[in-house]
Design a protein around this ligand. Sequence first.
Ligand code: 9Z3
Length: 325
Amino acid sequence: MDAVDDADQLPETAKNDVTSFFESAPPLKDAAETEKSLKEFVDRNASLSVNGKANRVVCVTSGGTTVPLEKRCVRYIDNFASGHRGAASTEYFLMAGYSVIFLYRRGTCQPFCSLLPDDPLLECLSVADDSTIEADPLHAETVKRAITETRAAVADGILLKLPFTTIFEYLQILQLISASLRGLGPSAIFYLAAAVSDFYVPWESMTLHKIQSASGPLDMRLAQVPKMLSVLRNEWAPMAFYISFKLETDKDILLAKADMALKKYKMHMVIANELSTRKEEVIVVTEQEKVTVRRDSTQAGAEVECPLVELVVDRHSAYIKKVDP
Ligand code: 9Z3
């Protein structure tokens, strides 16, 4: 189901796989509410247009999808991702003047919260003598920043946070986002940092109740998740600027796999990263170049997402100039 033919059309079988994935997926909870908030968000950003050009909007995906094994889910397969890449990138995109739709896995890192301790509620708050609750002085500045920056961005209509847990929710919400960003043409970016499962259990073949262990070892066949990147890129929002991430643990195959993704899915940029060094450096692969982007290790707290987003913004600007001069 991979290849896209010369006429930029998806093969029929690929379309059928995608259609049947959505038809058999459990209905998305709060779909109408999500559509409404997306519409309001995009309309507002379209009205902020400068010189007739829509305000730039980026959809940042973050964290890993789960694959439930039972409908009343007790067990699931997970894709590793802390959500740090997505959360930090969101901050840098906001700083660069973009509006951000942050599609994140529930419970993973949030923008402006990276300096909070692991258990923020218990570690950042204390109860004063008169029983009022106050921020612990040690974390007061961090808490203040997390609250004020997040609330201001949401209230100003430049940050929309949408949570997902399962692969079904992730792809359904991504489809809604693409429908709402389609009208922005090249002003929209998809920055796909979420770790997305390649395999899943189709809803109709999933057992309702908890799988029992009495019957011995578990033998289970997983179906392949249809290659949504092709559909997203070619059909859902074909004028947007696309950045996908390629994660490998074997350094020797990383660049070849990134190159393949660039061509196969016609991405504008593929960010290649190795699991163990992902916070230090990434390699940005485009048709013209391969650029290594590193964290500034001379600066305490410097993050690789800072120069990475800078480069993305630069290449996105060039893309807009080229397709919409
Ligand atoms: C990434 O490669 C991200 O950079 C990380 C970020 C998940 C490594 P963290 O959230 O980590 O900061 O802890 N994301 C994409 C992973 C992925 O599933 N890519 C697919 C693949 O490699 C292609 S879409 O096959």
